[in-house]
Design a protein around this ligand. Sequence first.
Ligand SMILES: O=C(O)CCC(=O)C(=O)O
Ligand SMILES: [Fe+2]
Length: 499
Amino acid sequence: MAPKDSKKKAGSAKASTTPNVSSKSKDEGKPFPKTSISFSIVMAVIAFLGGVLTPPLRHMLRERGDDVNISVSSPYIPLPFPLPKRVPCTSSNLDNFLHAAPVSGLHVVCVEPMYLGGDGEDHLFPQWDDLREQNKILDQFDSVRLTSYKNSYSAPVKNVVVLRGEDGEDVGRRLPISWSKMKNLLYTELGLLHEGSKQQPWGLYTTSGERIIGELDEVTDGDGFGSSKHIMSSIVASGIIVVVQGGNWLWPGVREGFLRTIELATPSNAAISGSRNITIETLSLKPLVLSIEGFLSEDECDYIAKKAEPTLKYSGVSLKDADVGKAASNWRTSQSTFLPAQGDPVLLDIEHRTASLTRVPRDHQEYVQVLRYGHTEKYDSHHDYFDPDHYRSDPNTLNLIEHGKKNRFATVFWYLTDVEDGGHTIFPRAGGLRELSYTDCSSGLKVKPQKGKVIIFYSLDASGAMDPSSLHGACPVGEGNVKWAANKWIWNAPMGYVR
Ligand SMILES: O=C(O)CCC(=O)C(=O)O
Ligand SMILES: [Fe+2]
């Protein structure tokens, strides 16, 4: 069974010559022959904004669904938001994204801009750290060197290809590389699948989880936001890109115990109310389980439990075909309630923070489901996804999940209290183990409840497929203890709860 969903009620639920980057070249074959002045001005303005508007804010602006049209005192505003912060393709940067074993559907690609030299050869630009230099490079590159790490596998053999722009009318000149050409190459290099009846469209991201473009996103004409030029500039500016077959960003686990610090935007209604850094620890790679301490404040935890208390009821589960007619208490003896965030600044703030944490838009979230477990209460091991094969005689669930295309993608699980004895969340299949039974709490990864901590576990893998290893349960709570917790379920597509 999967835990019951509130939506159902609503009905549906490298260079051999070194170019002088700052010189104003006029000769053919030099890296910077002609510069489009208007594009450079715009890029300079954008570079400035790039320093002011940090990634989380951009993320948040998108999150908020606001029109990301930052007005600047320039007549040219072709790129309405700043280009990503560059993460150059060095081995230490790659170490934060590659894995010792393949991770299906999670691809990492190094993108290095190149130019056609006077010798008729392709040359890499030298490394840069100045945004002005970057703007010139973005205006001048006519080929890219791509190093692909399919399935983010740090295999000793890597795949390197050079993608060149078409020959231009002038001899020795090439046209800029189009996004469609780049996209075709990614299909072959990475073995990408097209969107289909069971497959969400893939997404292409910066290393901080900012979406650059998705399979079905429209490409606009001209040089502006969403144009081929803008997409290619963003890709090159990124340095390293991450392509996720399943469409939705997930934080690469890298290895057990890996620590990643990310910027978290905290605001909900204030445009610049600040950001803070948080650390994500990898608890397990398969299933992918991440832990973040202090995500929620003590006051928030207390507030949520208090708000939920009056409407708690003994929890239901979505019964699989084979279990129809059985009582939910066979598996789950806790109480629960869904809390809509509308009109509640505390819950709204956490929803925005959760979107920033996961880099999945807020409208993929369900309302939070708050849980209370008393002594002996528990929830046997289960999956949070809905396997269509188990709901063949339940048209409501099949509609909700669009027969398998749509599903719960991740759970951000909130611990609202410390629990001294028992109450662990158990992942009996972590590390390739096999569960002894759905009620066994002796083997597997056991996460101890800690007030304000959250864990993220992914029910779907990076390819978008259900991950059977995400099996998990709640161990019985010990005597004299009460466990308060909550499920924030995040779908692989918008849910339509939140505007
Ligand atoms: O309480 C826990 O630790 C896990 C609960 C859970 O998996 C659920 O409610 O779906
Ligand atoms: Fe669960």
